[in-house]
Structures are given as C-alpha cells and as structure tokens.
Design a protein around this ligand. Structure first.
Ligand SMILES: NC(=O)c1ccc[n+]([C@@H]2O[C@H](COP(=O)([O-])OP(=O)(O)OC[C@H]3O[C@@H](n4cnc5c(N)ncnc54)[C@H](OP(=O)(O)O)[C@@H]3O)[C@@H](O)[C@H]2O)c1
Length: 255
C-alpha cells in the first residue's frame, strides 16, 4: 500500500520520541542500517545515549506539546538535510484509568502529548512531505485504539483518534506519492509499561517491536501491527457484535 524501501542508507529519518523504548530501539536500528536519523524527545541525555557512536545521528531535543519547538526543530532539520524522507511520530504518554479513578489532569496530559502533540508533529511534517513525493509519515498508535478496553479510559480514545488520523492522511498523501504508516503495537516491554501490574499478553521486547516497524516500512505496509497473534485476536474481537465483544473482553480480562 506504500512504496517499498530496500536500502536505508542515507535516508533522512526524523524519529520523534526517540529517547527510550520503542522509538529509541527503532532509531538505533535505522542508524545501524545506515540511515541519517534525527532524534527528538525531551530527555537530552537519553537522546545522546541513543546517538552515541553513530556519525549519522542528530540530536534535536523538543517537547511535542510545544508547537513552536516542533516547528523550529523541523526548520533546523530541513535546513541541514534539505528535506526529510520519513517522519516517525512515536512520542506518547501512557497511564491506566478506570471510571472510579477518573483524573482530569491525567486526561489533559494524555490529550496534550498523544493527540495535540501528534498534531503539532503532523503540522511540522506536512509542508515538507507534500513537497517530496516518496517521503512519508508513520504514526505510532496502539491496539488500545482499535476498540474500547478496560483500564484505557483516557489512553484508548487518544490512540483511537490517531488510527483515524492515519487512515484519513492516507487518502490525501498516497495519491501524491507519499507513504503513511499506521503502527499499532500490542504490549511492548518499555518504561511506559513497566508500571503495569497485570500480566501483559503477548509481551515483546522493544527490539522486537523495532524490527516489526522497520520490516513493515520496508515492505510498504500501511497497518503495521504486532505481535500478530495478539493483535489479530483483538482485530477479530472488534468486529464482533457488541454483546459478544463485551462478553469476550470481560471473560479474558476479568474486568
Ligand atoms: N509499550 C507498549 O506496550 C506500547 C503499546 C502500544 C503503543 N505504544 C506506544 O508506543 C509509543 C512509545 O512508547 P514506549 O512504550 O516506547 O514508551 P516510552 O519508553 O515511555 O517512550 C515514550 C517516548 O515518547 C517521548 N515523549 C513523551 N512525552 C513527550 C513529549 N511531551 N515531547 C516529546 N517526546 C515525548 C518520550 O521521551 P521523553 O520522555 O524524553 O520526552 C519517549 O521517547 C507511545 O506512543 C506509546 O503509546 C506502546
């Protein structure tokens, strides 16, 4: 559904959310494959840790909730690189929430990072991408955005919106020769999920997640989701009639 990529050498990739977890591992992998990678997030030391030993890495700290910072970073990069081939928006915040622990401050935080922050990145990426056929945008959402799940009262809706955003972008970008990737991970072992106290089905490492992302982009896949056993099960569940869907999820989670 997107053009294939057979060689990453000298591809200009901007990974936003590259300091830890999935973004850091994906950035490391792309650097290893010879891409030029700009690393963005707030934790400057962690970004330098990812960049260490890679001459093609460029550390570009920013906070996605700060629109001006994102636009400024984009300008710096375009000035240095004369273009960007792929913008990977990985940045995201996570916290569990149920109705009896509803917390509007936490909702605002998730909306600011996961939704408004991603729109800031889209706003920065689009003018560059639209002028560069063959370039693309990847958005990391979550299988938690596929359908409503217990504990995901605030996180789930932000990720559902990103799925819709990627689908809508595809209609506009693909006919112009650009690529759009919707990346929906299942459970991945990262600092974000380290707080989870429940057993995470199908848990994989951040390195495995990065491999799925990089291979998916190479194949030109629009919907990159993993691990397949878990994500396909959820994709099946979401098309069931609600009566069965609610029963099944309750049966499996006990919630
Ligand atoms: N782990 C999972 O099981 C899982 C499953 C599905 C989807 N995801 C999604 O995958 C993405 C990466 O998550 P992860 O699990 O790898 O967690 P993580 O290790 O906590 O990584 C989150 C990344 O987002 C960055 N970030 C957060 N707030 C930011 C801000 N305001 N400005 C700029 N960067 C910001 C963090 O960097 P700084 O803190 O340095 O800013 C970090 O690089 C997220 O979008 C998450 O929702 C994760």
């Amino acid at each position: 559904m997107n053009p294939r990529i057979s060689d990453w050498r000298d591809r200009r990739v901007w990974v936003i959310g590259a300091s830890t977890g999935i973004g850091a591992e994906t950035a490391r992998m792309l650097l290893g494959l010879g891409a030029r990678v700009a690393l963005s997030a707030r934790q400057v030391d962690a970004l330098h840790g990812v960049a260490a030993g890679h001459a093609h890495a460029r550390v570009l700290p920013l906070d996605v909730t700060q629109h001006a910072q994102v636009l400024q970073a984009r300008d710096v990069l375009v000035n240095e690189w004369q273009g960007i081939d792929l913008v990977l928006i990985v940045a995201g915040a996570y916290s569990e929430m149920r109705a009896d622990s509803f917390d509007m401050e936490a909702v605002d935080r998730l909306l600011d990072v996961n939704l408004r922050g991603v729109f800031h990145c889209i706003d920065a990426a689009l003018p560059v991408v639209l002028q560069q056929p063959g370039s693309g945008i990847g958005i990391v959402s979550s299988v938690a955005g596929l359908s409503g799940l217990p504990r995901a009262l605030a996180y789930g809706p932000t990720k559902a919106a990103l799925i819709n955003l990627a689908e809508s972008l595809y209609f506009d970008l693909r006919p112009r020769g650009n690529a759009v990737y919707l990346i929906n991970p299942g459970f991945v072992e990262t600092p974000a999920t380290a707080v989870n106290t429940f057993v995470m089905p199908g848990l994989i490492s951040a390195t495995e997640a990065a491999t799925h992302i990089v291979r998916g982009i190479e194949r030109g896949t629009f919907h990159i989701h993993f691990p397949r056993g878990f994500t396909n099960w959820l994709r099946f569940a979401r098309v069931l009639p609600y009566r069965w869907y609610f029963w099944l999820i309750h049966k499996v989670t006990g919630l």
